[in-house]
Design a protein around this ligand. Structure first.
Ligand SMILES: *Cc1c(COP(=O)(O)O)cnc(C)c1O
Length: 400
């Protein structure tokens, strides 16, 4: 689907009941049957996108959203969930059994890291972490594995993977691939077109776009989505509420427009930050200075607005910068209208090798910035004044 086709698909729906232009919110737990025969038919097709029966399994508002999300990612089917982690855990569990091994890229989202390293070992599922930038390292880890788990770009340090190469390698070894596409959104990256089997998202981020929904989605082939619908989805029960499905439908209308604004604003700020003497590095896949800029060109038709900068490795400097910001507010998550800042060192507080920040060598001075929908020049003024104050803190550090 071309970007133009996507844009029209999101803005336009064939009419719903009563010719409404917006899907109704089906705030109901169950749907009744007219006869024994109809009920029998529904049970016979359980999990196969049948007519709705119970809202843990299917709800028409959610189904409208799922149809849109499947088309957006270029998949045959989609499943919406009550959070990104529900989507990830359910999708991953639908491929695994005791004794299996996952190959996962380093610097994966911390929640996914905890799932793989803290919960799965209880069920004898082991995870090997590899450098996703290195196809040879991935190839070496694949024999005997069940699942290759990707996230491109990775969390915090924004390293990319060559989707086509890794997808092909996995297929040669009979290994299923799942990729977390939350950062790029299907507006800027469509992994299913590059040999990836299933895409997952935290819809709490750009897809929701207004910091008022926690949701997730898995998209892939009909057979793979049916498979998780038939068992893992139903028994784990991480369903999305009808109202939140409605909110997401509303958000998707403006996704292409929002992403264009996020892209332009973030690139402008990232380029200026690169020139600032206090900023040691900027990690943004859209910059020519990104070591994998060629891969970014190949897989992204645009770049989003979450990136990070490295300040000097001094807590005083990081603190002064973060505390001086006025428009960028301190917070987790991203993807909404408001700009946010997250100092990675706060993720170091949980000690030991169970902490992804320890095993993945994230620099102490790393600060994640999320560029929202405020005016770019207002955001730049905010960053500039905070950097000036952080600079003074750096001089104090050097003076002592
Ligand atoms: C936030 C996030 C998740 C988890 O999603 P939730 O909706 O918070 O459960 C997964 N992957 C990435 C890349 C994220 O940023």
């Amino acid at each position: 689907m071309t970007p133009e086709e996507l844009q029209t698909l999101l803005a336009h729906d064939d009419a719903y009941a009563e010719s409404a232009v917006v899907p109704p919110i089906y705030q109901t737990s169950l749907f009744t049957f007219a006869s024994y025969e109809e009920m029998e038919g529904a049970f016979a097709g359980l999990g196969m996108t049948p007519r709705p029966m119970y809202s843990r399994m299917n709800n028409p508002t959610g189904m409208a959203l799922e149809a849109k999300l499947a088309a957006l990612e270029g998949g045959e089917a989609a499943r919406a969930f009550g959070s990104g982690m529900a989507a990830i855990s359910t999708a991953v569990l639908s491929r695994l059994r005791a004794g299996d091994r996952i190959v996962c890229i380093r610097n994966v989202y911390p929640g996914t890291f905890r799932l793989f390293t803290q919960l799965f070992p209880r069920f004898a599922i082991e995870t090997v972490f590899v450098d996703g930038r290195d196809p040879l390292a991935v190839a070496e880890a694949l024999p005997g594995a069940r699942l290759l788990y990707l996230e491109s770009p990775t969390s915090h340090v924004f390293q990319l993977q060559d989707l086509q190469v890794l997808g092909d390698l996995a297929r040669e070894h009979g290994v299923f691939t799942i990729l977390d596409n939350s950062w790029a959104t299907p507006i800027f990256q469509r992994p299913l077109e590059h040999g990836i089997d299933m895409v997952v998202h935290s819809a709490s981020k750009y897809l929701g776009g207004h910091s008022d929904v926690v949701a997730g989605v898995a998209v892939g082939r009909r057979v793979d989505i049916d498979r998780l619908n038939q068992l893992e989805m139903v028994v784990l029960g991480g369903k999305l509420a009808a109202f939140e499905a409605f909110l997401l439908m509303r958000s998707l209308r403006t996704l292409p427009a929002r992403m264009r604004q996020h892209q332009a604003s973030a690139l402008k700020l990232a380029r200026r930050l690169e020139e600032h003497p206090l900023v040691e590095a900027v990690f943004h896949p859209g910059l020519e200075s990104h070591p994998q800029h060629d891969l970014a060109h190949r897989y992204f038709s645009g770049t989003s607005s979450l990136f990070s900068i490295r300040l000097p490795d001094a807590p005083r400097v990081v603190k002064r910068f973060v505390n001086s910001l006025e428009l960028f507010r301190l917070g987790v998550s991203w993807g909404g209208h408001e700009s946010l800042v997250f100092p990675a060192m706060l993720g170091f507080l949980e000690p030991g090798d169970r902490n992804p920040y320890h095993i993945f060598d994230i620099p102490q001075g790393l600060i994640r910035l999320y560029v929202g929908l405020e005016a770019t020049e207002d955001l730049w003024r905010d960053l500039q004044q905070a950097l000036t104050l952080a600079w003074r803190a750096q001089e104090e550090v050097e003076g002592t």
